[in-house]
Design a protein around this ligand. Sequence first.
Ligand code: CP
Ligand code: NVA
Length: 301
Amino acid sequence: MNHLLKMLDLSKEEIIELLNLADQLKYEKANNIPHPHLTGKTLAMIFEKSSTRTRVSFEVGMYQLGGHPLFLSSNDLQMGRGEPIQDTARVLSRYCDGIMIRTFGHAIVEELAEYSSVPVINGLTDFSHPCQIFADLLTIREYKGSFEGLKVCFIGDPNNMANSLIVGALKLGMRFSLASPEGYSLHPEIADFVAGNPDFEQTTDVLEAAKAADVVITDVWASMGDEAEVEERKKAFANYQINRQVMDTADEDAIVLHCLPAHREEEITTEIFEKYAHVIFDEAENRLHAQKAILVKLMAP
Ligand code: CP
Ligand code: NVA
């Protein structure tokens, strides 16, 4: 594993290895056991979109590992004025030991990785959000003990989150049901991945998807970059919400996850959000532990 670009690139074994490392780092942090695996290392963090969790957990994670994070807004970089990705990759590789990027098109991350001589980490593209999925998987394992036999239900937009979650869940042997409206179909690469897999189902019926689910997940109706479609999406996704009826249909011990930020009364009701806030904020905390595992795996000597 030289980079972390998308879940499709990883084997089940690589995913489990990273989750186990995250558990170990979480234990060490909780018990004040120093873990300076990245002393003297620098991570460049390029942001072309907003972020709270990704930015802060990568920054804090680098400090806890003994390294140094560098926050680079694309507005301030020459990249924002048109300097090619391939040149940015080659320059940053001469100064830094790793590059994290949050951007729009997935091809940007792929190009950065092609021209970089240091590891590249995808901090979210329009296509995928692998760092978030590691936090979600850690949280599922913490609450459910293992992945065997679980059913994961995603309600809403088949976007970067759903794309990555589908791949992560199916690779780990979980079943996956996706409820999304007519006209919001799967990305072709994900459609290829799920083709013929009996553990995957897609429906327009939210309650059918939620039936006996162990994990219920959603994401915003309009992602970063979808701003022009907000009103149209509000109409299309109006029934695609995690609410009391959905949770009454899911397994009685089901948990709810949300990558955050959440839009209450849109993709999730305030009632359900608050009922499962303890899980959702454990999930947010797990971004830190998951990211540290990714950083150690890719950047430690
Ligand atoms: N979940 C997530 O990636 O959050 P941020 O957009 O705040 O980084
Ligand atoms: N799908 C959302 C996830 C935010 C973490 C977005 O891309 O804006």
